[in-house]
Design a protein around this ligand. Structure first.
Ligand SMILES: [Zn+2]
Length: 419
């Protein structure tokens, strides 16, 4: 790796190409590819070199020169993009089930996910940073914090005072969670939502302990309160109404605050045929039958709800707010629907891909992944067609690589639909 970097440096310094030959044995050269870097740029007819676990060279064929030495893999016109990173997910608290979920999610091209706030016990916390072959990486927010919500999950801390708020955060700080998750939602008037005093105390105590806070939010008014209180990330968009100028101003004054839009169903039937052969046949049949049975589908009510969040997403994006990516739930293939929904909302495919790769990596502070750039871990998806032309082409996966190794999708698939 070192000598290849040296060659790059020598070329850059104008010292001419070195003829050091090909001593590297763990070098693989990928060529014949359109490369989506993940930071907004694209290289047509690209070459990239993977050495050990990382990208050692990335560029266009015309600049490749000596870089073409090594084991060569011609991707034959395929498109390569970085793997997806899911910044709002939920994983099982059972270790083997969690591993299985992370395998399935990897099968569909996601190499990292954070489980936001429903992790109970030690498993989620212990599995952070664990590297396993053909298993996506995970982070955990441990137990989130909310006001009492009897009848809903009892995993989160239920707090009713500032003291309880701070005590909960101190426990989470002890566990060094990757984020503190809070819910600020009355669930349609069923509960008293977390008050500004209480979420203010959570955010204050979290920041004192070098933790960041992500909020489940519903109303515009609460989003404003959370911004004023210093929230770091929204795990959903604003859902009750269109955002106003005051919100835009509060947000653009705090450019570090990230939005994970997590859009609702668009209210139009989705084509699910691409899942055929990758999930249990009866499960797909059930989903298709469910869609047919749904009265009034396409659903104007769902379309209306989607419309609010879509307009809010585009307005915030255009105002310069950093948009990241997450799906909620535990479905391993949902990222591909979310990518389509974000484009349907009005973002460009190129911007949506940046959200789901580089921006999510930055949000989760995973500095060594998220883009196809020298020094980053060689995590990438090989696609049959270009998702910049049609975002649903992210579903046409030929191969997934993680840490420079091809993922055994066949084995995961037989586990998914057989056995
Ligand atoms: Zn969630």
């Amino acid at each position: 790796m070192r000598s290849r970097f040296l060659i790059v440096l020598l070329v850059l310094w104008g010292c001419g190409p070195s003829d050091s030959g090909n001593e590297m044995t763990s070098t693989t050269v990928f060529e014949g590819v359109r490369l989506i870097i993940g930071n907004g740029s694209v290289i047509e007819d690209a070459v990239f070199v993977v050495e050990d676990e990382s990208f050692a060279w990335v560029g266009s064929r015309s600049d490749a020169g000596d870089m073409l030495d090594g084991t060569r893999i011609d991707l034959d016109g395929a498109t390569v993009m970085p793997t997806l990173i899911n910044a709002h997910f939920h994983l099982s608290n059972d270790r083997s089930e969690r591993i299985s979920q992370l395998q399935h999610t990897l099968y569909y091209g996601t190499t990292a996910a954070i489980s936001l706030g429903l992790d109970e016990g030690e498993v989620g916390l212990q599995m952070r940073g664990e590297e396993m072959a053909d298993v996506a990486r995970s982070q955990s927010a441990g137990r989130g914090i909310t006001s009492p919500e009897p009848g809903r999950t009892e995993v989160p801390y239920w707090i009713t005072s500032e003291d309880e708020a701070r005590a909960a955060v101190l426990e989470l700080a002890e566990q060094n969670v990757d984020f503190v998750k809070i819910w600020v939602d009355s669930r349609g008037g069923s509960y008293e939502r977390l008050s500004p005093e209480l979420y203010g105390a959570v955010i204050d105590e979290a920041h004192k302990n070098d933790l960041r806070v992500t909020a489940h939010v519903y109303r515009l008014e609460d989003a404003k309160g959370l911004l004023r209180a210093g929230v770091d990330m929204f795990a959903h968009g604003i859902r009750d109404m269109d955002v106003d100028d005051e919100l835009i101003e509060l947000w653009t004054d705090r450019p570090q605050v990230v939005l994970v839009p997590n859009l609702p169903g668009s209210g139009v039937p989705s084509d699910l045929s691409w899942l055929d052969g990758t999930i249990v046949a009866s499960e797909l049949e059930e989903m298709l039958a469910g869609q047919e049975l749904m009265e009034n589908f396409p659903s104007p009510v769902a379309q209306e709800r989607f419309g609010i969040q879509a307009r809010n997403l585009v307005r915030l994006h255009e105002a310069g707010v950093t948009i990241s990516f997450g799906t909620d739930g535990s479905s391993p293939w949902a990222p591909h629907l979310e990518l389509e929904d974000m484009v349907r909302a009005g973002m460009s495919a190129a911007d949506v891909i940046v959200s789901a790769t580089a921006n999510s990596a930055a949000l989760l502070r995973m500095e060594d992944v998220g883009t196809v750039q020298v020094g980053k871990k060689a995590d990438f998806i090989v696609l049959e067609a270009n998702p910049l032309d049609d975002i649903t082409n992210t579903r046409l996966i030929k191969a997934v690589y993680m840490n420079g190794e091809v993922v055994d999708r066949q084995a995961i698939q037989s586990q998914l639909i057989g056995g």
